[in-house]
Design a protein around this ligand. Structure first.
Ligand code: PMP
Length: 284
C-alpha cells in the first residue's frame, strides 16, 4: 500500500480522507502538477514548480508553502514509497467550504495532496510500437493553458479513443490541432523541420515540450512553432507526442491512416533518446 501526503501528513492511502465539500470535488476548483521520477529523482522539477506557481496565480489560489518545502515533500514521498521510476502527482484545491460558487473566505486552507505512481517510463512498449491517434473536436474550456484538475473532456476523448481501438485523441479547433488529451503534438515535415503549435490559451505549456524545443536548438535541428492541420499531420514524415508521463511517443497512425511508413520515425527515436539523456542528467 502506498503512502500519500495529505495536508502536512504522510499516511497510508486508505487513511487519506477529504471532505465531500472540498472544492476540488464539487467544482474541480483545483490545479495539479505531474513530475516524472527516474532513478528515484525528479525530472525538470524547477520547471514544474514554475508552472505550478503560474497555475496558482492564474486561479488566485494561495499555497502557503515555498519551493524548498515542496521539494522536501516530493523527496520524502519518493523515499516513503521507494519509488525508482514513475510519477509524482501534486494537487491543490481551494479547500473546504459548504457549497457556494464564490470563493471561500480568505485564509481558508487549501487542500494539498501528493501521491506517486510507479511506471516504466524508459522501457515503454508504446515508445517502441508507437501509438494510434483519432481526431476529435476540442470541446474544452477556454483556459487550457492552466493545469486544472477539470479533465472531464480529456476523459471522454480518451475513452472514445479506447472504444475505437486507438491509444489517444488529438483535439481539433477551427481546423487546427490544439494538442492531445494529455500531451503536446509534434510533426516532422518532409524537409526535416519539427513543427509544434505556439503557446496560447488553447494548450498546456508542456514541460516536456519546452525542454524538447531547447534540445532541438542545442542540436541544430529546425523548429517551426505554428499550428498545423490534420491533413498536414497525416502527410507528415513523422509525428509524435510529448508529456512527462510518456516523454516522447511516436505516432504511427491518425484516424486509421499511417503516418510516414507507419513505423516510429528516425528523428522521433533520436529525440526520445536526447530527451532521456537530458532527463537522466538533469534530475533533482
Ligand atoms: N497537454 C495536456 C492537456 C496535458 O494534460 C499534458 C500533461 N499533463 C501535457 C500537454 C504535457 O505536459 P507535460 O510535458 O508538462 O507533462
Amino acid at each position: 500500500m502506498r503512502t500519500v501526503y495529505l495536508n502536512g501528513e504522510f499516511i497510508a492511502e486508505n487513511e487519506a480522507k477529504i471532505s465531500i465539500f472540498d472544492r476540488g470535488f464539487t467544482f474541480a476548483d483545483a490545479i495539479y502538477e505531474v513530475t516524472a521520477v527516474l532513478q528515484g529523482k525528479l525530472v525538470d522539477f524547477d520547471l514544474h514548480l514554475a508552472r505550478l506557481r503560474r497555475s496558482l496565480d492564474e486561479m488566485a489560489l494561495a499555497l502557503p508553502l515555498d519551493n524548498a518545502e515542496l521539494l522536501a515533500i516530493h523527496r520524502a514521498l519518493i523515499a516513503h514509497n521507494h519509488l525508482q521510476e514513475g510519477l509524482i502527482y501534486l494537487q491543490v484545491s481551494r479547500g473546504v467550504e459548504d457549497r457556494n460558487f464564490a470563493f471561500p473566505p480568505a485564509g481558508t486552507p487549501p487542500t494539498l495532496v501528493l501521491y506517486t505512481q510507479s511506471k516504466n517510463i524508459l522501457a515503454s512498449p508504446l515508445a517502441e510500437q508507437g501509438i494510434n491517434i483519432i481526431s476529435l473536436p476540442d470541446l474544452r474550456w477556454g483556459r487550457c493553458d492552466i493545469k486544472t484538475t477539470q479533465l472531464l473532456y480529456a476523459c471522454l476523448a480518451k475513452e472514445q479513443a479506447r472504444q475505437r481501438g486507438a491509444d489517444d485523441a488529438w483535439l481539433m479547433k477551427d481546423g487546427w490541432i490544439t494538442e492531445g488529451t494529455s500531451n503536446n503534438v509534434f510533426i516532422v515535415t518532409g524537409d526535416g523541420a519539427v513543427v509544434t503549435r505556439e503557446l496560447s490559451r488553447f494548450l498546456l505549456p508542456g514541460i516536456t515540450r519546452g525542454t524538447l524545443i531547447a534540445l532541438l536548438s542545442q542540436h541544430g535541428l529546425r523548429l517551426e512553432e505554428r499550428a498545423c492541420t490534420l491533413d498536414e499531420a497525416r502527410e507528415a514524415a513523422e509525428a509524435f507526442i510529448t508529456s512527462s508521463t510518456s516523454f516522447v511517443y511516436p505516432v504511427v497512425s491518425i484516424d486509421g491512416q499511417p503516418v510516414g511508413d507507419g513505423k516510429p520515425g528516425p528523428l522521433t527515436r533520436r529525440l526520445r533518446q536526447l530527451y532521456i539523456d537530458h532527463a537522466l542528467a538533469l534530475t533533482t
